[in-house]
Design a protein around this ligand. Structure first.
Ligand code: ADP
Ligand code: MG
Length: 548
């Protein structure tokens, strides 16, 4: 603490905690490593799953790195940075989240050794940056170009992304669905392929088996008709997409209407009925025979709609209304007064179908064919959720491959090859940065090492085997975790998009560098209970439910 003529001078608020220098570094590294270690055992097809229980007792069972890290309530600031690596990976490419987090932990572990040898953190940081940049160059040298039309290779990519996830049993079928879905929504503009994953809607319904998962050319809405007398099936649908309710508005002010005779009451009710009838009439007049409404539909309006043979659905999610708009070419109508015939969307068929025990609305034969849905089925909620996660990973992987058209083999092959070439590069460097680049190369080997360990194989033996295969020029030699042998992974069909690897390495490196450069942690004291936290955060996202 600073002192002036014997008097202590306080520059930080009371209760502030401060750690400096080596202590700060070691604390941060330890916390980051702890997080990486937590997901290590889930890596690869033979990785184990984690069961996460939240304060309310809800359970998530998963093998997905980013899901695990998101669900864990992590407090330590440096640990949170590793969680961010996984999140970034998830946002950017959708797969490789465990790889990225594990790599960040290992880079810090190796940095710790260097710190102990008195290598300054800034030297390590700059060595890591050099290595990460060089890695990208090297990768582009040995990655294999692929055509976005090569269905066989795309299917293999999807299978690799799903291996070891809950979706195992129906892997091949799901992989085909993924490839079909992505290929259905691919758009080409001046030679560049673009996939908007938002055009693929994944809807879940518990029941049946994973095998029953299907792809539908169009949209699936998890709702039913509002009225049993409405048609179940409408061909040549003209669809009105409403963001307003088909209800009478409550007055904003507290108005009181005095009714003095039964006649007046009847008049009042008749008036209400007429207003609702007019609203429905407006919809019918423009020619709509299907209504998707984001808000409510009054009972009386339901009655009129069903008399007019209109299929109506209420409380449809906002995101679904938006997707319907894209799929059917309809405009979202904010007020019934403005409804016009040209605002209506079109589809060949809108139909309510039974899925398991529940009804769902299927909109098929849409105007814009670049819109598909996948209906995920499975025995229990946990199964369906994990299949959805596996499926989303696979969809994103196929997306990455279609967009960038460059692939590498999996099973640790690219990491070993990269390590080998980075070591050669390190030898061309002078000074202590050489040590950091070497440490970076060593860190990459954590991936094959964990793949082996999780498969119950001896990691050291396998690493030696892998290294010598790569020294013999076998670029794609990786570890087949099912047989324990070092084989050509490309021939085995274990393939990943290059982007999964480059993104994982660059964000892991960036985070490791960031953690290393911190030498002072100044943490403000927590606010006392009852102060800030006085109003519990209810409502928020979940509160608005259907209206979101
Ligand atoms: N059949 C296989 N044999 C060996 N390794 C595989 C196989 N399938 C996938 N892998 C490897 O598993 C790793 C990915 O594991 P995964 O648990 O999906 O973690 P991540 O969240 O990083 O994607 C990759 O290194 C990939 O190459
Ligand atoms: Mg994966």
């Amino acid at each position: 603490m600073a002192q002036y003529m014997g008097q202590p001078i306080f520059i930080l608020k009371e209760g502030t905690q401060r750690t400096r220098g080596r202590d700060a570094q070691y604390n941060n590294i330890m916390a980051a490593k702890a997080v990486a270690n937590a997901v290590k055992t889930t890596l690869g097809p033979k990785g184990m799953d984690k069961m996460l229980v939240d304060p309310l007792g809800d359970i998530v069972i998963t093998n997905d790195g980013v899901t695990i890290l998101k669900e864990m309530d992590i407090e330590h600031p440096a640990a949170k940075m590793v969680v961010e690596v996984a999140k970034t990976q998830d946002d950017e490419v959708g797969d490789g989240t465990t790889t990225a987090a594990v790599l960040a932990g290992e880079l810090l572990e190796k940095a710790e050794d260097l710190l102990e040898q008195d290598v300054h953190p800034t030297i390590i940081a700059s060595g890591y940056r050099l290595a990460s940049k060089k890695a990208e160059e090297i990768f582009n040298e040995f990655a294999t170009p692929v055509s976005a039309d090569d269905e066989e290779v795309l299917t293999k990519l999807a299978v690799t992304a799903m291996t070891g996830k809950g979706a195992e049993s129906a892997r091949d079928k799901l992989a085909k669905i993924c490839v079909d879905a992505v290929r259905a929504v691919v758009e080409e503009s001046n030679g560049k392929k673009d996939v908007d994953i938002d055009n693929i809607k994944v809807e879940k319904k518990v029941g049946g088996s994973i095998e029953d998962t299907t792809m539908v050319n169009g949209m699936i809405i998890d709702k039913e008709r509002v009225h049993a007398n409405m048609p179940k099936k409408v061909s040549n649908a003209k669809i009105a997409l409403l963001s307003c309710a088909i209800e009478l508005k409550d007055t904003e002010v507290d108005a009181e209407i005095q009714i003095t005779s039964p006649d007046q009451l009847q008049q009042f009710l008749d008036q209400e009925e007429k207003m609702l009838k007019d609203m429905v009439q407006k919809i019918v007049d423009v020619g709509a025979n299907v209504v998707f409404c984001q808000k409510g539909i009054d009972d009386m309006a339901q009655h009129f709609l069903s008399k007019a043979k209109v299929l109506a659905v209420r409380r449809v999610r906002k995101s679904d209304i938006e997707k319907l708009s894209r799929a059917t070419g309809g405009k979202i109508i904010t007020s019934l007064d403005d409804i016009k015939p040209e605002d209506l969307g079109e589809a060949e068929l809108v139909e309510e179908r039974k899925v398991g025990t529940e009804d769902m609305i299927f909109v098929t034969g849409c105007k814009n064919p670049k819109s598909v849905s996948i209906l995920v089925r499975g025995g229990t909620e946990h199964v369906v959720d994990e299949v959805e996660r596996a499926l989303t990973d696979a969809l994103r992987v196929v997306e990455a491959a279609v967009e960038t058209e460059k692939l590498v083999a999996g099973g640790g092959a690219p990491e070993i090859e990269l390590a080998l070439r980075l070591r050669e590069y390190a030898n061309t460097l002078k000074g202590r940065e050489q040590l950091a680049v070497q440490a970076f190369a060593d860190s990459l080997e954590i991936i094959p090492r964990m793949l082996a360990e999780n498969a119950g194989l001896d990691p050291i033996d396998k690493l030696v085997e892998l290294r010598s295969a790569h020294e013999d020029g076998k670029v794609n030699a990786g570890l087949d975790v099912f047989t324990g042998e070092v084989v050509d992974m490309w021939e085995k069909g274990v393939i990943e998009p290059l982007k999964v690897k480059t993104q994982a390495i660059s964000s892991a490196a960036e985070t490791a560098v960031m953690v290393l450069r911190i030498d002072d942690v100044i943490a403000a004291s927590k606010e006392k209970e009852g102060g800030e936290g006085g109003t519990p955060d209810i409502g928020g996202e979940g509160g608005t439910g259907d209206f979101e």
